[in-house]
Design a protein around this ligand. Structure first.
Ligand code: NAD
Length: 329
C-alpha cells in the first residue's frame, strides 16, 4: 500500500467529462478519479445512464450533472462548474448506428453546438480540450489501413452522415478554435472499442453477439460477414486517450487496435468463448456500412509511446465475464 503522501500529484486537478455516463466516458471518469483528479461528469442520459457511474458516487471529487451540452447553460446549471477546470474531455454523442439513426438531429447538434459549448468551457478555464472523434471520419475508406493523413470517403447525405459529418465538423471546429483563440486542443480518432457496460441492445457487434450467445439465440451477422473491424479493449483505449490528454499534441491521432477481424470470425470466437450452442444467421447489411476498418497507429506509437496490450481473446473473455455477472438473460 502506498502512503497518500507518496502518491504523485495527479496530472489534472479537475476534469469535465461530457458523455461521462456512457460506455467510454464512464471508464474515463473511473480512471481519472483513480488517479486523484476531481471529475464533473455532464450527461443528458440520451444513450447513457447514471448506473454507469453509480460506483463513483461516493468517491471524493466526483459529481454528476444531468445536462444537454447543446444548451449553452449546460455547464452552468444546476451546479456551476466553479472550481478551475484544467481538462475537458468531450465525449458526449450518440455513438452506435442504432442510436444515431434514432437521434439524427440530436447527434448533429451535439457534434456542432455541443462541441462549441465544450470548447468555450475549455477556453474560459484555459484548460486542455480533447475531442472524441472517430474512425467513421474515414467513412468507407479507400486507403487501408487508415492513417491520419487520409481525408476519408464519407457520403454526406447517406444515413450515417449524421454521425460522420458531425464528427468531421467537430474536428474542423476544434482546429479553428485553436487557431482563433490559442485554446490547447487535441483530437483523437477512436476506432471500435468494446468492453463492460456497453448496452446489450445498442446494436454494436460485440454486445449484440455476446447477448445473443448467452441467450442461445442465433448470432446475427450482416452481409456475408467478410467485412472487417479492428476491435480495441476499453482499458487500452482509455490509456491512449489519457496519454493524448497529457500530451500537447493537436492530432488527430488514431487510437485503436490494428488486429483486424471479420465479423463472421468475431461471431465464431464469441460462440467459442461463451460455450454457446448458438448458430450464425446472416441478415441484410446496412447502407454505407464500411467494408474494412483498420488503424495505422504509427503516430500514437511514436509520439505517445502507446499501443494496445490486450488482444481479442483476453478482452472478449473479460467482457463475457462481465455480461455473465451483470446482464445474464
Ligand atoms: P455511449 O452512447 O455509451 O456514450 C455517449 C454518452 O454521451 C451517453 O452517456 C449519452 O447520454 C451522452 N450524450 C449524448 N449526447 C449528449 C448531449 N447532447 N449532452 C450530454 N450528454 C450527451 O457511446 P460511447 O461508445 O461511450 O462513445 C463515447 C464517445 O466516443 C462518443 O463521442 C463517440 O463518438 C466516441 N467514439 C466511440 C467509439 C467506440 O467504439 N465506443 C469509437 C469512436 C468514437
Amino acid at each position: 500500500m502506498h502512503d497518500v503522501h507518496d502518491a504523485p500529484a495527479p496530472r489534472f486537478r479537475h476534469a469535465v467529462v461530457t458523455g461521462g455516463a456512457g460506455f467510454l466516458g464512464s471508464h474515463l471518469c473511473t480512471a481519472l478519479v483513480d488517479q486523484g483528479t476531481a471529475v464533473t461528469c455532464v450527461d443528458d442520459y440520451c444513450t447513457g445512464s447514471p448506473d454507469n457511474v453509480a460506483h463513483l458516487a461516493d468517491r471524493p471529487g466526483f459529481r454528476l450533472i444531468r445536462a444537454d451540452v447543446t444548451e449553452a447553460e449546460a455547464f452552468d446549471v444546476p451546479d456551476p462548474v466553479a472550481a478551475p477546470v484544467d481538462l475537458v474531455l468531450h465525449f458526449a454523442s450518440p455513438a452506435s448506428p442504432a442510436d444515431y439513426l434514432r437521434l439524427p438531429l440530436h447527434t448533429l447538434e451535439t457534434g456542432s453546438l455541443g462541441t462549441r459549448n465544450a470548447l468555450a468551457l475549455a477556453r474560459r478555464h484555459g484548460a486542455r480540450f480533447l475531442l472524441a472523434s472517430t474512425s467513421e471520419a474515414y467513412g468507407d475508406p479507400q486507403q487501408h489501413p487508415q492513417s491520419e493523413a487520409y481525408w476519408g470517403n464519407v457520403n454526406p447525405v447517406g444515413p450515417r452522415s449524421v454521425y460522420d459529418e458531425a464528427k468531421r465538423f467537430g474536428e474542423a471546429l476544434t482546429t479553428a478554435e485553436a487557431a482563433a483563440h490559442g485554446t490547447d486542443t487535441g483530437i483523437v480518432r477512436l476506432f471500435n472499442t468494446y468492453g463492460p457496460r456497453m448496452r446489450g441492445y445498442d446494436g454494436r457487434a460485440v454486445p449484440t453477439f455476446i447477448r445473443q450467445a448467452l441467450a442461445g439465440e442465433p448470432l446475427t451477422v450482416t452481409g456475408d460477414g467478410r467485412q472487417t473491424r479492428s476491435l480495441a479493449y476499453v482499458d487500452d483505449t482509455v490509456r491512449g486517450i489519457l496519454a493524448m490528454a497529457a500530451s500537447d499534441l493537436r492530432g488527430p491521432v488514431n487510437i485503436g487496435n490494428p488486429d483486424e477481424i471479420t465479423m463472421l470470425d468475431l461471431a465464431r470466437k464469441i460462440i467459442d468463448l461463451t460455450g454457446s450452442r448458438s448458430t450464425v444467421r446472416f441478415i441484410e447489411r446496412p447502407t454505407d456500412d464500411p467494408a474494412v476498418r483498420c488503424p495505422d497507429i504509427t503516430l500514437a506509437r511514436g509520439k505517445l509511446q502507446w499501443e494496445p496490450l490486450i488482444g481479442a481473446d483476453e478482452g472478449l473473455a473479460r467482457t463475457v465475464r462481465w455480461y455473465r455477472a451483470h446482464r445474464a438473460p
